[in-house]
Design a protein around this ligand. Structure first.
Ligand SMILES: Cc1cc2nc3c(=O)[nH]c(=O)nc-3n(C[C@H](O)[C@H](O)[C@H](O)COP(=O)(O)OP(=O)(O)OC[C@H]3O[C@@H](n4cnc5c(N)ncnc54)[C@H](O)[C@@H]3O)c2cc1C
Length: 416
């Protein structure tokens, strides 16, 4: 189990006394039932201590079966450790697709939806909004099923691992579609701020990458589906990229999905990075804050005001949008959002000094931090942003009265 000792970024050493790697639902329920305290580990891509425990850490890496596709119902059901990298080609081979993807396919679906991981796009909710049903192995050694429409469904999906171990997930699928990806360089920052809705809504999924230097958006990535409105770059002062780019421009674009505007399968364009390669930089930390979409321009200007504090420690920032949803602990709960993301150099002393400055700048817009990334906000400030938190706590107490799935992160951030 030495490969499970740390998270992907290496900044968290898990404190678990015991590691488990169940290969079936029965093994999973048995381990959960017998443990006095436990956390579940997906593909280890969170930067925070959200998955950590000093007791039993249950890896889902062997729960990797695609259980079934139901074309009539428009669903796929998978085990709790399946990654998007495993799922997407299998769906594509059946002529099916998911609505959206995060920047990388390496992450497990259950881990992604548990933290409301997201891609971008005005029409797209976070990845958690594709969940139609879940089966969760609960503290008592049983299984509880939640389906969309159930009273507690809104609490069960983005659960931060606090309700139990997700044994299976059923996701919405749709007919496969094609996507083209185009990159534009050098858009003036002011043009992004002044035309935020037009630019971010100009394709199915749009990302703006900034280094907070030079008054520009370093790269604008547009992922379009057939039927999207035609984009007129002449309206803006950006130029089409002359070659493929990594979001961190100094790095090789080889790990990136195809750019250049050629249509291709959805799963070969919607994520930024390809399986089989290290996504992003590898040696890095990440933070992200979500503010209501209506404050996007003001929030970007507030961050720009401290860009000199940010830029020296940054590899790249990414701006994305998400549609509002009904999932209680989703950062997009009942609000269309903009995500302001930071990929940092791997230097925690420097990052931990700059995060409070960013949080102070964003405070007027009531930011919600990404559950799986690094933040320094006072827990009370985080908690007051979630109006359904008490309902989530009640659900957690009902399913897990002794707090078996409570770790330090959950205690600090959600419960106290
Ligand atoms: C290079 C990189 C790029 C990223 N890009 C994006 C991005 O584009 N968008 C974005 O929003 N985020 C992004 N992230 C963050 C990442 O998507 C989240 O941290 C996500 O939670 C990782 O999923 P995981 O499977 O690795 O989960 P882990 O980090 O292993 O676990 C996360 C949480 O999920 C819980 N969990 C996992 N599996 C289960 C299960 N079966 N049952 C119950 N609970 C479970 C864990 O207990 C923990 O609380 C990125 C991270 C990296 C390293």
């Amino acid at each position: 189990m030495s490969g499970l000792a740390r998270n992907w970024a290496g900044n968290i050493a898990y404190g678990a006394r015991r590691f488990h790697s169940p290969a079936s639902r029965d093994e999973l329920t048995e381990i959960v039932g017998n443990a006095s305290a436990a956390r579940v580990l997906g593909s280890r891509h969170s930067f925070s201590d959200i998955a950590d425990t000093d007791s039993d850490l249950i890896s889902t890496q062997r729960l990797d079966r695609i259980i079934g596709i139901d074309k009539a119902a428009g669903t796929v059901t998978i085990e709790g450790g399946v990654t998007y990298g495993q799922l997407c080609p299998a769906l594509a081979a059946e002529g099916l697709a998911l609505a959206n993807l995060a920047s990388l396919p390496h992450i497990s679906v259950a881990g992604a939806v548990s933290t409301s991981t997201h891609g971008s796009g005005d029409r797209n909710g976070t990845l958690a909004t594709s969940v139609r049903a879940l089966e969760t192995a609960t503290a008592d050694g049983g299984i509880v099923r939640f389906s969309r429409g159930d009273a507690d469904f809104g609490g069960a999906v983005v659960s931060l691992g606090a309700l139990g171990a997700i044994a299976t997930i059923t996701l919405d699928v749709e007919p496969a579609y094609q996507v083209k990806q185009e990159v534009y360089l050098g858009l003036p920052f002011n043009e992004l701020v002044e035309n935020f809705d037009a630019l971010m809504g100009s394709a199915y999924s749009v990302s703006a990458f900034l280094s907070w230097r030079g008054g520009k958006v370093d790269q604008l990535w547009r992922k379009s589906r057939a039927g999207d409105p035609v984009f007129d770059p002449a309206r803006y002062s950006a130029r089409p990229a002359d070659r493929a780019y990594h979001p961190i421009a100094a790095l090789s674009a080889e790990p990136c999905t195809e750019q250049g505007g050629r249509l291709g399968p959805w799963h070969e364009r919607l994520a930024h990075f390809r399986m089989g390669f290290t996504p992003s930089a590898g040696d890095e930390l990440q933070s992200e804050y979500f503010v209501p979409r209506r404050h996007a321009a003001e929030a970007l200007l507030a961050v720009q005001a401290i860009q000199e504090d940010i830029a020296p420690h940054l590899l790249i920032s990414e701006i994305r949008t998400m549609k509002a949803d009904e999932l209680w602990l989703s950062q997009a709960y009942r609000q269309d959002c903009v995500g302001i993301h930071f990929t940092w150099k791997n230097d925690w002393p420097a990052v931990s000094a700059v995060l409070p400055k960013i949080e102070a700048q964003l405070a007027p817009f009531e930011p919600r931090p990404h559950w799986g990334k690094l933040f320094m906000m006072a827990p009370e400030a985080v908690r007051e942003r979630y109006e359904k938190l008490d309902d989530f706590r009640k659900l957690a107490r009902r399913l897990d009265p002794a707090g078996k799935f409570t770790n330090q992160y959950i205690r600090r951030t959600i419960l106290n």
